[in-house]
Design a binder for this molecule. Structure first.
Ligand SMILES: C[S@@+](CC[C@H](N)C(=O)[O-])C[C@H]1O[C@@H](n2cnc3c(N)ncnc32)[C@H](O)[C@@H]1O
Length: 410
């Protein structure tokens, strides 16, 4: 007899009895989706993995601690048969057939009356991928197709042509430290949906090259500001494009709220009644040291890290940083925008009690092809910056964590 293809369907299991036989890895993988579907789950198994046990402890499933017995499927709408005993699996399958309960079999897809598709979710859509026939069933293949579809939907590279879901208003997107792979999935999707992108000098410039030609890309640094402050001119540009009904992405380096003036833009938009979505980004303050082999905290070495702006010198009256107090901290100091003033900063830290031998690392253009790390101490850093010609953008890390990683130069 010819093998017919499977018929795909979405089960609405809320409040309905689902019986799971076997508390091993298969149950552990499948239970979360059944719980999310609101099913009334009864697990029958003498043993369970610690994660499955935790679901029972949390009251998400009812655990009957014994082996399968005939009659266990009588009240079920749906069953997952996944014990390590092939005889019990076959007996349960036969019972399912008798009671007309759709049964998934982890050990024998041929004998199953239902198959679990590879599933994923994106923006209100569930993607479920099944092979057509039991023969040649390869779960890795269906999972790979699922991943490709879900990823495409999430990052906006796969869009239903008649249903382009442009988000109106402005999205303030943290683009991460520079490597185009380090933007969030949401940020990437919003970029793909944008009509206008206003971008900073820092951040994932490579992503801009991928945008389709109709997208207007504006370099924030080049917006003429005439009688306005530069920031005001950027705010005005955001407002102007958003008021034209365009989907605008304001792409910023790192996270929008870490020395990014993000809230000033949110406020300006709010005052004009324009909706704004904030998408957090990976801040250079943590990620750039990390990719250069420096953890900002390390057990037994640093229990805190402080992120400081070094854009004005410690003796500058505009400085809001309490450098003498920072000199007393035992943890890690991460300084952004500090290359120009690092000499003065190091001097101040030492003057207020930090050891001149405290290790310092400067990581320039982290996560990009031009990344470079230069090591020094508080005593030598001013000279090192000069002799090594360290240039912004760089993240400067001060503290013992600089020496804990395997990449520390000898
Ligand atoms: C105006 S701040 C913006 C920080 C950003 N919002 C963030 O969360 O990473 C700019 C500073 O961030 C640091 N920075 C940003 N990206 C960097 C990178 N790829 N490598 C090194 N430093 C970086 C530098 O200290 C630079 O001067």
């Amino acid at each position: 007899m010819a093998e017919h293809p499977a018929y795909p369907v979405g089960l609405r299991l809320s409040g309905r009895r689902v019986v799971v036989l076997g508390g091993g890895q298969v149950a552990q993988r499948r239970l979360p989706a059944l719980i999310a579907a609101g099913a009334d789950i009864v697990l029958v198994s003498p043993h369970a993995t610690p994660s499955v046990e935790a679901m029972a402890d949390a009251g998400e499933i009812t655990w009957v601690r014994r082996a399968y017995q005939d009659g266990d499927l009588a009240e079920a709408w749906y069953a997952l048969i996944a014990t390590s005993d092939p005889g019990a699996n076959a007996a349960a399958s036969a019972e399912g057939e008798r009671h007309r309960v759709w049964c998934v079999r982890s050990d024998d897809a041929d004998q199953a009356t239902a198959w679990t598709p590879a599933t994923g979710h994106s923006e209100g859509v569930t993607v479920a991928v099944l092979t057509t026939h039991a023969r040649g069933r390869d779960p890795r293949h269906t999972a790979a197709i699922r991943d490709a579809v879900v990823e495409g939907l999430r990052d906006g590279t796969l869009v239903a042509p008649h249903h382009r879901t442009r988000t109106p208003g402005v999205a303030l997107v943290g683009g991460g430290p520079g490597d185009p792979d380090l933007i969030t999935v949401r940020g990437r999707r919003l970029l793909a949906e944008a009509d206008v992108v206003i971008a900073d000098r820092l951040g994932p410039r490579d992503l801009l090259a991928e945008l389709p030609p109709h997208v207007e890309v504006i370099d924030a640094a080049k917006i003429p500001y005439g009688r306005y402050m530069a920031q005001e001119a950027i705010n005005n540009a955001l407002l102007e494009h958003a008021k034209q009904g365009k989907a605008v992405v304001r792409l910023k380096g790192g996270d929008p709220f870490v020395f990014g003036r993000g809230m000033e833009e949110v406020q300006a938009l709010a005052e004009a009644g324009i909706p704004c979505t904030v998408v957090p980004g990976i801040s250079s303050s943590i990620s750039v040291p990390g990719v250069a082999g420096i953890p900002v905290t390390h057990r037994g070495v640093a229990h805190e890290f402080t992120v400081v702006s070094g854009h004005v010198a410690p003796d500058d009256e505009r400085s809001l940083v309490d450098w003498p107090s920072l000199a007393k901290l035992t943890g890690t100091l991460v300084i952004l925008m500090g290359v120009d003033k690092i000499g003065k900063i190091a001097e101040t830290l030492v003057a207020h009690g930090k050891s001149p031998g405290t290790p310092v690392a400067l990581v320039q253009e982290g996560t990009t092809a031009a990344q470079r790390r230069v090591d020094a101490t508080l005593a030598t850093v001013a000279d090192t910056v000069r002799t090594e010609d360290v240039k912004p953008p760089a993240v400067i890390v001060v503290g013992e964590v600089v020496r804990v990683g395997p990449q520390t130069p000898a």
